[in-house]
Design a protein around this ligand. Structure first.
Ligand code: ADE
Length: 267
């Protein structure tokens, strides 16, 4: 899969894309990441890419022309949007919310272009002509789209075959089936008086899988009950799964209740 990133700050990506898993994935050809400096498509001496907003107001606006030229050139468009070689996604707090499902969707594509906005935003005419999608990584405002593009490349790339060492490792991920993951343990068996749960030492793969599913469900109920509701709608749960869910719900109710009562007694 190929990622084309359009940015005014290409050096931002030197860290995230040149270490660890993404570095290896580029070396072995599973993914290709090309970072394009929008300034290279300016024609003036000072490589100006921003200007004051029409109508006044604070901040600067990214000019449309350098962005348009960069996209046309890299994506091989004649002039204007034409037949886009791939989706052109603007990083924007106004976009649709990024999630594991969106990462899955993008990982099926052979190529995506990510456009990093800066300053107050990009001239709307460039958005109109070239942008096919807008994505936000959360309800907060970043100084620019670069951190969002890095997050998206990371989350999407690890779903591309050949990127993770063991293909299975994306399967048990938090969110992979809509629930959070079970906790993990490694050696030693006992550390500062805390033991690894016996089931993980038992060698019974079936029991381990059941334990992990239940622990993951318990975590999700405690931390993100909204995800349990969504997972129930997403697929038909087995009778056993539904029974475990009911058991956990009543167990959690029993443990949560006394703490709640204690707190209110102290008031
Ligand atoms: N640019 C600024 N804030 C952003 C956000 N939350 N997501 C994506 N791009 C952004």
């Amino acid at each position: 899969m190929r990622f084309d990133i359009f940015t005014l700050f290409p050096s931002y990506f030197e860290g995230p894309f040149h270490s660890s898993i993404l570095k290896r994935a580029q070396s072995n050809g599973a993914i290709e990441i090309a970072v394009h400096d929008i300034r290279a498509w300016t024609t003036d001496r000072h490589h100006v890419c921003d200007d004051a907003p029409y109508g006044g107001g604070a901040g600067m606006v990214m000019k449309a022309e350098p962005v348009a030229k960069a996209i046309e050139d890299v994506l091989n468009l004649k002039v204007g949007p034409g037949e886009a070689a791939c989706p052109v996604i603007l990083m924007s707090p106004q976009g649709r919310r990024f999630s594991q499902a969106v990462a899955q969707e993008l990982s099926q594509l052979p190529r995506v272009a990510l456009l990093c906005g800066h300053y107050e935003g990009l001239d709307e005419r460039a958005v109109e002509l070239f942008v096919t999608d807008e994505i936000s990584i959360g309800d907060y405002v970043l100084t620019g789209g670069e951190p969002a593009a890095a997050v998206i490349v990371d989350a999407v790339a690890r779903l591309v075959p050949g990127v993770l060492g063991n293909e299975e490792s994306a399967v048990g991920d938090s969110f992979a089936d809509g629930l959070l993951e079970a906790p993990h343990y490694t050696r030693p068996v006992e550390w500062r008086g805390l033991r690894v749960p016996d089931v993980l030492l038992s060698g019974h793969h079936g029991e381990v899988a059941k334990w992990r599913w239940k622990e993951g469900l318990q975590r999700t109920l405690q931390r993100r009950p909204d995800l349990v509701e969504a997972a129930l709608k997403q697929r038909q749960w087995t009778v056993t799964e539904l029974r475990i869910l009911e058991e956990l719900k009543s167990e959690l109710h029993l443990t949560v209740q006394p703490e709640f009562n204690t707190a209110s007694n102290e008031d």
